[in-house]
Design a protein around this ligand. Structure first.
Ligand code: SAM
Length: 289
């Protein structure tokens, strides 16, 4: 591929082997629907089957912090929730496609997880042009070595994605692979004007529309719209209470149940506003602390 040419995420999915990024222990839904461990050594064929499916693969769980501890049991999976997964490959292809990447562009990923999506980006852009941030030290270490081994030595930063990664900015694109309800201004600040920020959205606006695509403007603000449906686990520092989802559904019904594509979000250094149809029709606004 020549510099400046649009890249095709379908090429990356054919070239990068997902199994090189999935750890030996994964978690699958057991007979009661709970997440139970499945070890590659104990069940190599089942493990392979899970990894080959076009489905998310859960790679880390923890007791659901909203439940009493005695209701959570890692052995049976009861009360355990997923805290990291390798996202569905076809969704990754779709999301990377929404970034409008060209060879030589620079991308920041928030939520490294297994490192698989970082490898897809590195295949398309070159490893030097990709930075990925993961909040969990253990996951970051696993991803770093899997990326090295697979030949995509992406820079993996351990830390909270809310800070982005200023030393390698500006980016042409930021792709977030966990859900947010607020866009940290660092993501806007670190993206060049005209660059794209793709954020799975928490259930705070619409029951369906969950993927917001922002374009950064020359005045240092970003404007986005909901463009697709997608469901992601929340960023660890952006969990929402179930109440926020109920409130959003109530507000949505009161507005006449508009299609998700009618909602937009404006992000500035001072605040974030969510609007319906036009930026002046604000339905929620959050000032930064
Ligand atoms: C759905 S997984 C990401 C999948 C990943 N892109 C892949 O290809 O395997 C979401 C990841 O986001 C990470 N995460 C959650 N909150 C974060 C935060 N505030 N900053 C950075 N990473 C975070 C989780 O630890 C988890 O690994």
């Amino acid at each position: 591929m020549r510099p400046g040419r649009t890249v095709d995420p379908g090429d990356a999915i054919m070239a990068v082997r997902r199994e090189e990024f999935i750890p030996d222990e994964i978690f699958v839904r057991g007979e009661h629907g709970h997440l139970v461990p499945l070890n590659r050594k104990d069940a190599p064929e089942l493990w392979q089957e899970q990894v080959q499916l076009d489905e998310p693969v859960v790679v880390q769980v923890r007791p659901d912090p909203t439940l009493p501890p005695d209701l959570c049991d890692p052995a049976t999976g009861q009360g355990m929730e997923s805290t990291s997964s390798s996202s569905q490959p076809s969704l990754m292809v779709e999301m990377i496609g929404m970034l409008g990447l060209e060879r030589g562009m620079r991308a920041l990923e928030i939520g490294t997880g297994t490192g698989y999506n970082a490898a897809l980006l590195a295949y398309l852009l070159g490893s030097d042009n990709v930075v990925s941030v993961e909040i969990d030290e253990e996951l970051a270490a696993h991803a770093r070595s899997a990326l090295e081994r697979a030949g995509y030595p992406v820079r993996v930063i351990t830390g909270s994605g809310k800070d982005g990664y200023a030393p390698a900015a500006p980016y042409d694109a930021v792709i977030v692979t966990a859900a947010a309800h607020t866009v940290p201004y660092a993501w806007v600040e670190q993206t060049r004007p005209g660059g794209v920020i793709l954020v799975p959205w928490a259930e705070t606006v619409h029951p369906d529309g969950r993927l917001a695509r922002f374009v950064v403007k020359a005045d240092g603000t970003a404007e986005g719209r909901f463009i697709a449906q997608a469901f992601f686990m929340p960023l660890r520092d952006q969990r929402v209470l179930p109440r926020a989802g109920f409130d959003a559904v109530e507000r949505w019904i009161r507005s006449g149940a508009p299609d998700f594509t009618r909602y937009g979000i404006t992000v500035t250094a001072e605040e974030q506003t969510i609007w319906l149809d036009v930026p002046d029709n604000v339905i929620a606004s959050t000032e930064r602390p």
